[in-house]
Design a protein around this ligand. Structure first.
Ligand SMILES: Cc1cc(N2CCCCCC2)n2ncc(-c3ccc(F)cc3)c2n1
Length: 258
């Protein structure tokens, strides 16, 4: 009896969420959603589990949120998976984290291809371990012609480093005469960023209650709406995403009446 009731409750809950998804789709869906996926270590600590258990659970949330965002019509989903600062973590944790792209892709790449998702990456690719690079390169190659949502992983990414590298590239163009100083403006600068081919994020979500950008897309987020949520990333679910997007739509609606 209880099991039957639980099944019915889940069916009702699922249909409520999917009805909500349909109604949200009729309004202003953010074209580019960026997420700082925080709280994995704390999630594990609350359960007396090792930190890597939180990272592994967080990977399942990546799969879930990718599907929902794609179904909603989000054009680009950027996920902050590993920052340049993360190299300071214990070697054991880094070794585990560097295996996650391969594990995620070997498990879910067929599903991503079925959803017409295009896998991309921003960050400093060369410093990653060879096995990590191989896995990501394979996924990018196998999804290159897909036309659905772009799933963009920020891997070994640091915004200040990106801005310094971009400045150096532009300075070199001026030095060799390819570019005049007076031609440098915001638009020109943006064409040399790692995200030049992407629309700027409309909505930034950060989980775990931390209210910081942590050196993430500092240029690109200049005009984004920010949603700082207390939920830990492994517990972030469809309702959390729909709530954040609904809040985004309400803000944009007020902005429209200015
Ligand atoms: C380093 C790292 C950590 C990582 N976590 C799981 C999500 C929470 C945040 C930290 C741990 N995830 N989750 C998926 C990837 C990934 C990266 C590139 C790619 F092409 C495919 C998947 C990943 N990479």
């Amino acid at each position: 009896m209880l099991e039957k009731l639980m099944r019915k409750k889940n069916t009702v809950a699922d249909s409520v969420v999917s009805d909500r998804l349909e109604s949200l789709k009729s309004r202003n869906i953010p074209a580019h959603v960026a997420i700082i996926m925080d709280g994995n270590g704390r999630w594990a600590k609350q359960r007396n589990l090792p930190r890597i258990a939180g990272h592994h659970e967080g990977m399942k949330t990546v799969r879930k949120i990718t599907r929902i965002a794609s179904n909603l019509g989000v054009k680009v989903l950027t996920l902050y998976a590993f920052s340049t600062e993360n190299w300071k973590r214990p070697k054991l944790e880094i070794d585990f984290l560097m295996k996650l792209p391969g594990e995620f892709l070997s498990t879910y790449l067929p599903e991503l291809i079925e959803q017409n998702v295009k896998v991309e990456m921003i960050g400093n690719f060369d410093m990653l371990p060879d096995h990590t690079k191989r896995a990501i390169r394979k996924a990018m190659d196998e999804t290159e012609s897909n036309t659905g949502m772009t799933l963009n992983f920020a891997m070994n990414y640091g915004s200040r480093l990106e801005l310094v590298e971009t400045t150096k590239k532009i300075a070199a163009l001026v030095a060799d005469g390819s570019l005049k100083i007076e031609e440098i403006d915001e638009s020109l600068f943006a064409t040399h960023l790692m995200t030049a081919h992407l629309p700027e994020p409309d909505l930034l979500i950060r989980t775990s209650g931390e209210v910081r950008l942590s050196n993430f897309m500092l240029w690109q987020l200049a005009y984004a709406e920010f949603s700082f949520l207390d939920v830990l990333w492994p517990d972030f679910d469809e309702k959390c995403l729909l709530d954040a997007i609904e809040e985004f739509q309400l803000r944009k609606r007020r902005f429209g009446s200015v």
